[in-house]
Ligand binder design. Structure first.
Ligand SMILES: NC(=O)C1=CN([C@@H]2O[C@H](COP(=O)(O)OP(=O)(O)OC[C@H]3O[C@@H](n4cnc5c(N)ncnc54)[C@H](O)[C@@H]3O)[C@@H](O)[C@H]2O)C=CC1
Ligand SMILES: CC(C)CC(=O)C(=O)O
Ligand SMILES: [Mg+2]
Length: 363
């Protein structure tokens, strides 16, 4: 049966990188019989410009009907002075919440060809393969009350609320333990339980859920130490499970261990296999429109979509193999390029075309 994929390119480099992903999906359609229908929708600043809101009802309906959603990125200086509730980023938070996408899987894998692009020494990152499981629809990005208020003395005060209910912690913990069962069997739960009651409960609930997984080991780490340990010896981690904000920050950090933020894909999943797939990075306004962005995180997100939402394991492997091949062939966008080497500096489009060419050659 034909599957529907909603394509939400968004802002900044979003349209440039998503165009490469669409080319890959069309190649899989034409050359490998992938039965998908691609339907475009507006989100973020692009949606604000046309409809006045960052997540139009039409886009939400499209995403609800679709089997999977592919998203580029949202946001940019053009919309930064808008009223808080209609900024592009609120559209992204809203689609995650509306679709119930509570589990954000962010694998950080070092491709051997990029060992020299990592910020760490090759021996510290060789074979790095860790998975950050980030809670995505709760925590401080969603907690109420929130806002900016004026006090009696005229001074303004900004405030947010970090709150986690037991069921929110339980379900993300299960995702982490089930993931670890298929990997090296180790979960590290990252919190700030020494200071924050919300994550004191987090630690207690994760410890309770661990009893259902006798073959998985559980350790706990405070987030400040976790940030330090990630750059000291990242291979100590298999699966890291953490809150919305801590996962957001630690995954950007982890991306540099693999060479670039342009390399990390993500899957945001609900309880039933519905997923939204996007690179972990933002809209990169500093390089938008220059055909310089690395599209590989987005193409690897397509591979995750094929695997988790479209049931196409072999095609997922093929896309990942094609990414590995273009790196082996020495092709590099600017973010992963090292001068004085036998690498070829390529544009966003050229990198996308090269992946498509490898896929076609694999026919
Ligand atoms: N999922 C999303 O849609 C996200 C949206 N944002 C939004 O994006 C805008 C920019 O945010 P920033 O903090 O600058 O984060 P960013 O992730 O967009 O960019 C950070 C740095 O990484 C570089 N970079 C990012 N993606 C790259 C790629 N594929 N290839 C090469 N270089 C890449 C950028 O050029 C920039 O120097 C803001 O409006 C922010 O709110 C930020 C993070 C996630
Ligand atoms: C709007 C932000 C929460 C997006 C972001 O930085 C992310 O999900 O990584
Ligand atoms: Mg982020």
């Amino acid at each position: 049966m034909t599957k529907t994929v909603a394509i939400l390119a968004g802002d900044g480099i979003g349209p440039e990188i998503v165009a490469q992903a669409v080319n890959v999906l069309k190649t899989l359609q034409v050359s490998f019989g992938l039965d998908v229908q691609l339907v475009d929708g507006l989100i973020g600043g692009a949606a604000i410009d046309v409809t006045g809101v960052p997540l139009p009802a039409e886009t939400l309906n499209l995403a609800r009907r679709a089997d999977a959603v592919l998203l580029g990125a949202v946001g940019g200086p053009k919309w930064d002075n808008l009223e808080r509730d209609i900024r592009p980023e609120r559209g992204l938070l809203a689609i995650r919440a509306e679709l119930g996408l509570f589990a954000n899987l962010r694998p950080a894998i070092l491709y051997p060809e990029l060992a020299n692009a990592s910020t760490l020494k090759p021996e510290v990152v060789s074979d790095l393969d860790l998975l950050i499981v980030r809670e995505l629809t709760g925590g401080i990005y969603f907690g109420k009350p929130r806002g900016i208020r004026t006090l009696d003395n005229g001074e303004r005060e900004g405030f947010n609320t970090l709150v986690y209910a037991e069921h929110e912690i339980e379900r993300i913990a299960h995702v982490a333990f089930r993931s670890a069962e298929k990997r090296q069997g180790r979960v590290c739960s990252v919190d700030k339980a020494n200071v924050l009651e919300s994550t004191e409960l987090w630690r207690e609930v994760v410890t309770r859920v661990a009893r259902d997984y006798p073959h998985v080991s559980l350790t706990h780490m405070y987030v400040d130490n976790a940030a330090m340990q990630l750059v000291r010896w990242p291979k100590q981690f298999d699966v890291m499970v953490t809150t919305n904000m801590f996962g957001d920050i630690l995954s950007d950090l982890a991306s540099q261990l693999t060479g670039s933020i342009g390399m990390l894909p993500s899957a945001s999943l609900d309880a039933h296999g519905k997923g939204l797939y996007e690179p972990i990075h933002g809209s990169a306004p500093d390089i938008a429109g220059q055909n310089r962005a690395n599209p590989l995180a987005t193409l690897l997100s397509v591979a995750m979509m094929l695997r988790y939402s479209l049931g196409q394991m072999e095609l997922a492997d093929k896309v990942e193999q094609a990414v590995k091949q273009v790196l082996k062939d020495g092709l590099r966008t600017a973010d992963i390029f090292s001068k004085g080497s036998d690498q070829t500096l390529v544009s966003t489009q050229e990198m996308g075309d090269a992946v498509v060419a490898v896929l076609r050659a694999a026919l």
